[in-house]
Ligand binder design. Structure first.
Ligand code: CO
Length: 187
């Protein structure tokens, strides 16, 4: 149920704070050891937030798990064009704080990622290591630490068929371990 509440709080924040960029620290007080690796609550969370219009439906959602070892799971995401909106839920099941082991999910064309990463590093921690209003970024979550969870929902009209896209963490030095491919295709 902790996932449920933290996501609802995050959803409420994104509804009230324009742009949804405010940092939710609600779950930072939650001991990471109490966060299960499995995601049994996700279906309920998604169903609940779909009703509020915050998240896309389960068939248009991917849950990405990250940890203190800089692992992303899964490493590949397939987005069907029938999904008008797509939701990425990011969970950090580690224990380290965002300042030391922060993770986000940034989506861009593969050809854009070097620039996005370099400008993100310059933007710094307070900007979630993403340049403000970077038009190369299709979507990104905020940066979270161990025990936290966040999500981003974006319009798939931003994706071009046949273009190569990746998702990755823009925390400096994390790209090498924390990246994956996005396949965007017609059903
Ligand atoms: Co990271």
């Amino acid at each position: 149920m902790k996932h449920y509440f933290s996501l609802i709080v995050a959803a409420a924040l994104s509804l009230t704070a324009c742009g949804g960029e405010s940092k939710s620290t609600m779950s930072s007080a939650t001991p990471a050891s109490s966060i299960p690796n499995a995601t049994p609550a996700s279906a309920a969370v998604i169903a609940s937030d779909v009703a509020t219009g915050t998240l896309a439906g389960p068939e248009c959602t991917t849950v990405i798990t990250s940890d203190d070892a800089m692992k992303f799971d899964p490493k590949d995401i397939s987005i069907q064009s029938s999904c008008a909106q797509y939701t990425i839920i990011l969970k950090h099941v580690g224990k380290m704080p965002a300042a030391a082991m922060g993770h986000n999910v940034v989506i861009s064309k593969t050809i854009d990622k070097d620039g996005v990463l370099s400008d993100g590093a310059s933007a710094g921690f307070d900007a979630d290591y993403v340049k403000v209003a970077d038009e190369r970024v299709v979507a990104h979550t905020k940066l979270i630490g161990g025990g936290e969870e966040t999500s981003v929902t974006f319009n798939t009209s931003k994706l071009v068929k046949g273009e190569a896209y990746e998702f990755y963490c823009s925390f400096p030095g994390h790209y090498a371990m924390m990246n994956g491919k996005i396949a965007f295709s017609a059903n």
